[in-house]
Design a protein. Structure first.
Length: 445
């Protein structure tokens, strides 16, 4: 049973030393009770109290680690229903399905596609992370397929079988990868639970309906298992979506421990329509899948999901920024045009992409506006004539280029007068408002 903030406060040292990052022990106790702080932040809690508080201070949704070749991925560990309340921490893993019924050529093609599927955006590498390896009734093939995936890719692995013996053979073949075992059911819970415990691996629990799922996870935690992943069994988008919301709400609100685990979702089993499958996957990336399994990994289906996931799992309270400075694009020389914009990462990403696509050699100046976009920075007084002028003088572009024409964003047209006064040797050109018009604009210069 979770403790209240006041109950936790009574057990703290009450010295208000602030070392935990909170102004008082009471504030720390309240944050601990709501899952917004960790007990380890207070170094003065006695061992006895630490044990008592362990339950109260445990995260409402347990972070579960699943291994990759290098390191591990964490799912779960979320503290809020909506990202604007705080942020979401651990992006869902995007998985491709491989079955023992697939031909070797198809399996090789999927592994090859997985290995090549990497996209760099805003300084981050986006990619799917997992393969779901499914047993279709042949234990030998199942273990061999799991081993092949482990040998030929760095993917996290989810092993899917109802058969405890088949699961044991496959899990032992790839146990160094720390795969997720899927799934314990009411029928095999003892065997699967014992196997997961013996090998120290995370285990998925699958049951139809909330009561059955709660009963199953209670049984598994009673066996000593801590790292569980939930499957509510629903295979229609409506029910599965509802289940995600109910499970998240139950875990965060009343701190219903049997649902305090991340979930796994299967858009691949909900439709035969590839486009619908992507839409369903997008639904679970938004709310609240811990793993999203697709029937296959193809760039045109995975890429939009990676971008969606990137957007949802960035901290809404911290703007994404790029380093201010001079960015040469398409090998510019001293006569190449010079553009300027803000260091909001998405602005940089879109503008630099359009310039690159134009093939026009260009200098792109990125000014520090604390991550604000052009219009917001202008409204906040951070992208105004004197500030931009000062940056252009100091950034070093005059050492690299003889050209003295500065192209400013169309949305910042209002600063052109002030900028001309600040940079009397420069010609100020107002660029397009829409980034998509940049290539035509540059070619016309
Ligand atoms: Fe209180 Fe511990 Fe925080 Fe110090 S570190 S203010 S003793 S809770």
């Amino acid at each position: 049973m979770a403790l209240t903030g006041i109950e936790i406060f009574k057990m703290l040292p009450k010295t208000n030393c602030k070392e935990c990052g909170f102004p008082t022990c009471l504030a720390f106790a309240m944050a601990l009770a709501s899952g917004k702080a960790e007990l380890a932040a207070c170094p003065y809690v006695s061992e006895e109290v630490r044990e008592k508080l362990a339950e109260a201070s445990a995260p409402p949704i347990r972070p579960v680690k699943i291994g990759m070749k290098e390191g591990e991925k964490v799912i779960g560990g979320e503290l809020v229903m909506f990202r604007h309340e705080k942020t979401f921490f651990n992006p869902p893993l995007i998985a491709g399905l491989l079955t023992t019924a697939m031909s070797d050529a198809d399996v090789d093609a999927q592994i090859d596609a997985f290995n090549k599927m990497q996209y760099e955006r805003v300084g981050l590498m986006l990619r799917p992370e997992m393969f779901a390896v499914k047993d279709m009734g042949d234990a030998g093939k199942f273990a061999a397929l799991a081993k092949k995936v482990a040998d030929k890719s760095d993917a996290a692995i989810m092993l899917m079988s109802d058969n405890v013996d088949a699961m044991k053979a496959a899990a032992e073949a790839v146990k160094d990868r720390k795969p997720l075992l899927y799934a314990a059911t009411a029928a095999n819970a003892d065997g699967m639970g014992a196997l997961a415990k013996e090998l120290g691996l995370p285990l998925a629990a699958k049951a139809d309906g909330y009561d059955a799922l709660a009963e199953l996870t209670t049984k598994l935690t009673g066996l000593g298992l801590k790292d569980l992943v939930l499957d509510s069994g629903a295979r229609t988008i409506k029910q599965a979506f509802q289940d995600q919301v109910v499970i998240r709400r139950a875990a965060l609100g009343p701190k219903f421990r049997p649902f305090g685990f991340p979930t796994v979702t299967f858009p691949c089993e909900m439709t035969d329509d590839p486009m619908k499958e992507v839409l369903y996957a997008a639904t679970f990336i938004s709310k609240y899948g811990g793993i999203v399994v697709l029937s296959s990994l193809e760039p045109h289906r995975v890429f939009p999901l990676l971008l969606q996931r990137l957007n949802i799992y960035t901290d809404p309270q911290k703007p994404m920024i790029v380093t201010p400075g001079i960015y040469p694009i398409n090998n510019p020389d001293e006569n190449s045009p010079i553009c300027i914009t803000t260091n909001f990462a998405l602005t940089y990403f879109i503008v630099s992409g359009e310039i690159e696509g134009s093939k026009v050699p260009t200098w792109l100046l990125i000014m520090d506006t604390e991550g604000l976009s052009v219009m917001t920075a202008w409204a906040a007084g951070k992208f105004v004539g004197d500030a931009v002028g000062m940056f252009v003088k100091k950034c070093g572009i005059t050492d690299k280029a003889k050209n003295r024409t500065l192209i400013i964003p169309g949305y910042a047209a209002a600063i052109s007068g002030d900028l001309e006064e600040e940079l009397p040797d420069w010609k100020i050109l107002i660029g397009p408002r829409e980034a998509s018009h940049i290539p035509a604009f540059l070619k016309a210069q």
